[in-house]
Write a protein that binds this ligand. Sequence first.
Ligand SMILES: [Zn+2]
Length: 295
Amino acid sequence: MHSERWREYLKEKNLPAFEYVCLAAEKMIEAFCLNYDYEGPPIEIYLSANDVFNAHSQTDGKIVVTHGVFNEIEKINQNIPLFFSSDAMRENTSVSMFLWIIAHEFFHFARSHHEARHVKIGYIDALEYDADLFAIAGTFRHINNILKGNHPEIPQIESKKFLLLGVFIYLREFIEKQIPNYNQSHKPFYIRLWWVMFKLSSIDTINPVTYEETETSIFEFQELFDLILNAEKRYITAKSLSDSKLLEHYTDPSTTVKPYVEQVHSKWEQIEPIVKSLQKISDGIQLPNPNKRTT
Ligand SMILES: [Zn+2]
């Protein structure tokens, strides 16, 4: 496979439009390394000339993203204007989507999932859950720190919504298409969205300095849930789809989604101590130190 550091790749392929998203991802990784006291080899983002939509992290700390991801980002920017009120919103949502993909891969590596999966066999879904939760928390804090500096007037629930919409489009548009028969690891989009919403609504935005984790805020969860239901309705209308697994499962989540998430969560509780003992970052979800620069 032909992979290169992202800067050279974009130059060679004449894709300057994507420099912004790659730069944003690189800054986020720098902030993660600082805030989580990362100890390991340098994390670098590489692009590979593969048209299949894919991203993965390697055991040496390289995060590899395929050209296919950029093709799809371009398609999103052109073809899915239905969720967005403005061009700026549309572009920013594809950036937040990209950041979440990179964050997911970063935490696979930093939380030593490659090693953990060999120590305890059969817990891949719990490790995906781990990567999803760390990625959503980390990306939210990072985006929110930046927004807070530039636009203090924007309520923080808005950064959650904005990020969630990026995650929705990623899971809905790609994961659903890519993996029609779900394998062991990456679960159906509506399950992953469910736990992402739960995690997002448990990050306390009232105290932006510490971002303490709290019990899930029912009020915030409801707002995020409504956002996703609306996005899904618009999505199926725009794509002329006749049914929606998300709407079907979310109408009465107690029958399908909740038991499933509880099951993965209890597997996660079993493998979490192993992950913790192997990880290359400081313990747990580290609170950003306000004295450290994050942007
Ligand atoms: Zn993964």
